[in-house]
Design a protein around this ligand. Structure first.
Ligand code: UT7
Length: 332
């Protein structure tokens, strides 16, 4: 029997609180015009007090499980991707597992930043293809708003990131026509410090201190132009690699789901690859950059709007901190 890994359910959850560019311009030296022109973002969602990453993750997961016509007890592996973990340890997967009453199935976090969802797809597919697990729940969740620097010092990153969660159920299937057809992953640790949060750091003593906090060492730092330059070269590269692996052309793909870091990056990549923008849906205007949750939120929106039909081909690509990047092709 040929074993295939197929996405059978999707779900997402974003906080209800909308924070517009105008709201940020009241607390930071920024403007709607600057943010929109550079990134395509108009607003993002921020969690309210008392809401944890595992709350968003569990809600997205329940929707995905329901869409797959399963019950939480049917899941036999939980994978969580995040760069905004609930605690240093244990991983956010432990908290989501508890909220979903998933018993004693393995639950683990994968850390691949904005490419996390694609790293998760590849991991789920490998476990399914080896027949070790048959029904994998992959949850990508980010609560970034609590870790941003909302002073002028942090305005270059604080305006970009948002909170949200997306989830998929991936099941073993003997349907050879449909499923995750290819996933290619890459990383380049040489550029780790080009987009990172330095502290708390177990490489440093003290690992964090009031002085480090006061100096903003616990907030994200990004060399925006450097990251942009690498994103617009690595994304087309991994898209071509994945298409070539399956002997497909870009015109064979029905929908392109790119990581939502910056609309200008995605427009640039679409231009380089000659992809019609109508086939590159975007939600960055509403949610900002939700890191690893961006692609699964976008996927869930497309599916729930009835825009993806059986047999269609979906291309996915992401780039982020690490650097990490990846591409995938899924037959729906
Ligand atoms: O998801 C992970 C991957 N992340 C990415 O792919 C992000 C990649 N990078 C980018 O998308 C872009 O670099 C940004 C949108 C982040 C920034 O655009 P940029 O054109 O590279 O701007 P910049 O950082 O060079 O800043 C230009 C100016 C600077 O002022 P000066 O030095 O020219 O006087 C900044 O201080 O804009 C200033 N600036 C701001 N002004 C208003 C920086 N942040 C802001 C702000 N509002 N929020």
């Amino acid at each position: 029997m040929v074993i295939n890994a197929r996405i059978t359910g999707t779900g997402s959850c974003v906080p209800s609180r909308v924070v517009s560019n105008h709201d940020l311009a009241k607390i930071l030296n920024t403007s709607d015009e600057w943010i929109y022109q550079r990134s395509g973002i108009r607003e993002r969602r921020h969690v309210d007090a008392g809401v944890a990453p595992s709350d968003l993750g569990a809600e997205a997961a329940l929707k995905a499980i329901d869409a797959a016509n399963l019950k939480p007890g049917d899941i036999d592996l939980l994978l969580v991707t995040t760069l905004s973990s609930e605690h240093t340890f244990p991983g956010t997967a432990a908290f989501i597992q508890r909220k979903l009453n998933l018993g004693t199935i393995p639950a683990l976090d994968l850390r691949a930043q904005c490419s996390g969802f694609l790293y998760g797809l590849a991991t789920a597919r490998a476990f399914i293809n080896s027949s070790q697990y048959r029904r994998v729940l992959l949850v990508s969740v980010e609560v970034q708003s609590r870790g941003l620097d909302f002073s002028d010092r942090g305005r270059d990153t604080a305006v970009l990131f948002g909170d949200g969660a997306g989830a998929v159920v991936i099941e073993q299937s003997s349907d050879v026509e449909r499923g995750i057809m290819a996933v290619n992953l890459h990383s380049e640790g040489e550029h780790a410090e080009k987009l990172w949060v330095e502290y708390p750091s177990m490489a440093q003593s003290p690992h964090v201190s009031p002085e480090i906090v006061a100096e903003g060492g616990v907030f994200p730092k990004m060399d925006g132009k450097f990251v942009f330059k690498h994103a617009v070269s690595r994304l087309p590269e991994v898209v071509e690699e994945t298409l070539n692996q399956l002997h497909l052309k870009s015109r064979d793909i029905d929908w392109w789901l790119f990581h939502q870091a910056n609309l200008r990056i995605n427009e640039h990549v679409a231009g380089l690859l000659n992809l019609p923008l109508a086939q590159c849906p975007s939600n960055i205007d509403r949610y900002g950059n939700c890191s690893s949750a961006s692609i699964p939120i976008l996927l869930d929106e497309l599916v729930r709007e009835g825009r993806v039909s059986s047999g269609q081909l979906l291309g996915m690509a992401a780039f982020g901190s690490g650097f990490t990047w990846g591409g995938a092709i899924v037959r729906w």
